[in-house]
Design a protein around this ligand. Structure first.
Ligand code: FAD
Length: 295
């Protein structure tokens, strides 16, 4: 099927969409947004420095119609989420958002109810738009670059006045292989330093539940869950986190969850592969010491 990827110039995001595109075609085309070379080998490539989705809908719609694309792939990101709805309306095409798996015969999975259930959709018409959840598909290693032609965007109807880049230190949560998260059970903000120490030793990142964010102990940019970040680390430590469904929705694709909670009835133990029923103030320093000795 004739497949188009629309993505910012970002090695991992394009790599993941490339993996997905192989399920539909041999070589996809791409509209790459932002500056820099386009990584990977595409059939055809268009590029634009414009990143405001409102200014991109018309030219991208025209290109999709002109070239007859059947499948259009975007990440679940500010760009993909901003484009998917307007493109769907402009093309009168179905859009399936937050896709986490693709099966034979064009059947795709989409989690609902905070990951408690999966809906399967069968794609029966083209063009169809899919937004793909990050970290559910192994990114393809992209070799080389593809020369591009400019995507003509015409007069910009919306002007970007200013942009405040989210300041996060260390590894972004979405890319971290290890996350050590704290909840309301941490008791006070100072104790997050214990989690940071452990995360640093594991080359990981520190996350938080909404309980901890509501207390003002962690920045909202660190919140994981239904209304926070969706993460998929190899190991997720949930420290003093009860395991509410809204939190679990953000860690559904974590490979191994370790729960540390002093309440043996805490719901986190229903999701955790390993559970430690104890006061974290005893356990986290012991784990940190063991990790340090093991290095
Ligand atoms: C629409 C909506 C969206 C939401 N979105 C999110 C979201 O994105 N992310 C999110 O996290 N929540 C979200 N929530 C909130 C969610 O329902 C929970 O209220 C929240 O996750 C609770 O945070 P918590 O587990 O840190 O706190 P609590 O529920 O207060 O749990 C604290 C835990 O710490 C344990 N504990 C206490 N002291 C210690 C100790 N010394 N050592 C070890 N364990 C200890 C306790 O046993 C308890 O289990 C949302 C809620 C709604 C309604």
């Amino acid at each position: 099927m004739k497949t188009l990827i629309i993505e910012n110039i970002d090695l991992k995001k394009i790599g993941e969409l490339m993996t997905v595109s192989r399920l539909f075609c041999d070589t996809p085309d791409i509209i790459a947004l932002g500056d820099g070379e386009i990584p990977g080998s595409f059939g055809r490539a268009w590029q634009s420095a414009a990143t405001v989705s409102a200014n991109l809908v018309v030219p991208i719609t025209q290109l999709i119609q002109q070239e007859g694309y059947e499948v259009i792939l975007m990440s679940v990101s500010t760009l993909g989420t901003g484009l998917a709805g307007p493109l769907s309306a402009a093309l009168s095409a179905p859009v399936i958002t937050e896709v986490t798996a693709i099966h034979p015969d064009m059947v795709v999975d989409r989690p609902v109810y905070g990951g408690k259930a999966i809906i399967k959709y069968k794609i029966e018409s083209t063009p169809s738009l899919l937004t793909i959840r990050r970290k559910y598909f192994e990114p393809e290693a992209l070799a080389g670059t593809t020369p591009s032609v400019p995507l003509e965007t015409g007069d910009e109807k919306v002007t970007l006045v200013s942009e405040k880049i989210e300041q996060t230190e260390g590894i972004p949560l979405e890319d971290a292989a290890v996350i050590v998260s704290g909840g309301r059970g941490m008791g006070d903000p100072e104790n997050f330093a214990l989690l940071q120490e452990m995360a640093d030793l594991l080359n990981g990142a520190v996350g938080a539940s909404r309980g901890a964010v509501d207390e003002g102990w962690a920045s909202p940019t660190r919140q994981i869950g239904q209304t926070g970040k969706i993460v998929a680390p190899d190991v997720y430590f949930a420290v003093g986190i009860s395991g509410a469904s809204q939190h679990l929705a953000g860690i559904a694709n974590s490979k191994c969850v370790v729960g540390i909670n002093k309440d043996e009835e805490a719901n986190i133990f229903n999701r955790a592969r390993f559970g430690i029923v104890s006061d974290y103030k005893k356990i986290v320093p012991l784990l940190t010491q063991a990790i340090r000795e093991d290095r």
